[in-house]
Design a protein around this ligand. Structure first.
Ligand SMILES: *Cc1c(COP(=O)(O)O)cnc(C)c1O
Ligand SMILES: [Zn+2]
Length: 460
């Protein structure tokens, strides 16, 4: 057995030491280049222009490590038990947040999720190289873990440095609060979550309850919760965990690195991602930006953001060539995590879509439900948000925008088990508005072998 120092040495050799790295909150607006704040400061918006900040890295020390060495390091770290490098996020820690000491990293071994080769579904649809990135196969069942590990770790570091933070809070459509509550509980940091009453699934409600968060169910929608949480966190003693906090984006951007790594550093032609508040598509773009910048890949994928037709402000803006953006009051959709009418990361997302030759598609309730169920028939178990992305892909393939030989990765954002009630209703034909195309209701039979034989003869 190798001794611990040798094992650590093996997965860090060739990377710049942490002391040489630096990252800070900076403003992306051209006129605000001088606005910089330490990652340990409680600040979410530029003090000069009021825009959202981004985490910026000193690229000089990162560039000194050749691309091939980064690739080897990331591969060696994947799944390792050398703390905290086995996490899909902390395996890329030099690119994410160099300011956190090992002892303050709060990780549940997030990331490292599988790519499902959707061969049978792809063949039926007419694309031969279709993959589903199963981001729901992680600690709390959604990709929100990727960002939350970075944010909660940063807060633990700030507490260790003596900052007076009482709790971490977020408004949530369900998955952010599940992740915050779990990481807060793992770290021993109090959490407060603001949920729109009766608008999240049972699984999403019980997760923060079980993890000991203070759960406040407000009589409003997500956008209403967002307004209130920004007010109550304004004095800085309650730290805000929504994705306007760009620390989360830094963790989520590792998804791009992980996808390329899983394809031996080949870039897919297309990535289809469901979008609500639009932090995740921005993160996807930032991940590819850094991969390109540091030479690990040499081309860009195209990106499609998929929205529910009932909460589609980005889609509407796309149709005007982004000349016009109108916030909406988002309508009820099965894809409840993207029921957002005024996305906080709209500007970031448009920048990403413009840089990645992007398109925006939308899906009706029937389209998203049928697409999810259709792909389920080929072995997946999709949540409604993945359904939105799959429905968008169906449209892109049928329109000839995505061509048959192109490699496509659909980002599955959550585990289908979080949405069991909705899936049951679909298969029992209990969704009032439409007739499902792929319903497969259970068959109730008497306790009688003849009846069972007859039923089997009918079914098979
Ligand atoms: C948060 C979430 C999204 C949307 O991500 P944004 O960054 O808000 O665009 C999509 N699907 C699921 C399951 C989510 O939890
Ligand atoms: Zn600014």
């Amino acid at each position: 057995m190798q001794d611990p120092t040798a094992r650590r040495q093996a997965i860090t050799a060739g990377a710049p030491p942490r002391e040489r790295l630096s990252a800070w909150f900076g403003c992306p607006q051209p006129g605000c280049a001088a606005e910089r704040y330490p990652l340990g400061e409680v600040v979410y918006r530029c003090r000069r222009c009021g825009g959202l900040l981004e985490v910026q890295h000193d690229l000089a020390p990162l560039r000194e490590t050749p691309a091939a060495v980064w690739q080897q390091l990331f591969e060696k770290r994947y799944g390792s038990t050398v703390w905290p490098y086995g996490s899909g996020v902390w395996g890329k820690r030099e690119w994410v947040n160099p300011a956190v000491d090992d002892a303050n990293v709060v990780s549940c071994f997030e990331g490292g999720t599988n790519l499902f080769w959707a061969e049978r579904f792809g063949r039926e649809l007419g694309v031969s190289d279709l993959w589903i990135k199963q981001c729901g196969n992680t600690h709390t069942g959604s990709f929100k873990d990727l960002g939350m590990t970075v944010l909660v770790s940063q807060v633990k570091q700030m507490l260790a440095d003596g900052q007076p933070i009482r709790a971490i809070a977020c408004a949530s459509t369900g998955d952010t609060s599940a992740a915050l509550a779990a990481y807060g509980a793992a770290a021993g940091i109090p959490t407060v979550v603001f949920l729109p009453h009766h608008k999240v699934s049972l699984a999403q409600l019980i997760q923060p309850v079980a993890n000991g968060a203070r759960v406040l169910a407000l009589d409003t929608d997500f956008d209403g919760c967002m307004r209130i949480v920004q007010e109550v966190t304004a004095d800085g003693t309650i730290y805000l965990a929504n994705s306007l906090n760009s620390l989360r984006i830094e963790g989520q951007k590792t998804i791009s690195v992980e996808i390329c790594q899983q394809f031996d550093w080949e870039v897919p032609d297309w990535i289809v991602i469901p979008g609500g508040n639009l932090g995740n598509v921005s993160a996807l773009g930032r991940g590819f930006d850094l991969l390109l910048e540091l030479g690990l890949v040499d081309r860009r994928p195209r990106i499609c953001v998929a929205q529910a037709a009932r909460a589609n402000p980005l889609y509407e803006a796309y149709r005007t060539g982004y000349r016009e953006f109108r916030p909406q009051e988002a309508q009820a959709t099965a894809a409840s995590a993207i029921r957002i009418g005024n996305p906080v990361s709209y500007d970031r997302a448009v920048r990403t879509l413009q840089a990645y030759d992007g398109v925006v598609e939308q899906a009706s309730e029937q389209e998203l439900a049928d697409a999810a169920a259709w792909a389920d028939r080929a072995g997946t178990f999709n949540d409604p948000h993945t359904g939105v992305a799959l429905a968008a892909l169906v449209k892109l393939v049928r329109a000839g925008t995505v061509r048959p030989h192109e490699r496509v990765v659909v980002i599955s954002t959550a585990h289908g088990l979080k949405f069991a009630e909705w899936k049951v209703a679909y298969h029992e034909r209990a969704l009032a508005e439409f007739e499902p195309q792929h319903a497969n209701p259970p068959l109730a039979l008497p306790n009688d072998v003849t009846a069972v034989r007859r039923a089997l003869d009918d079914l098979l």
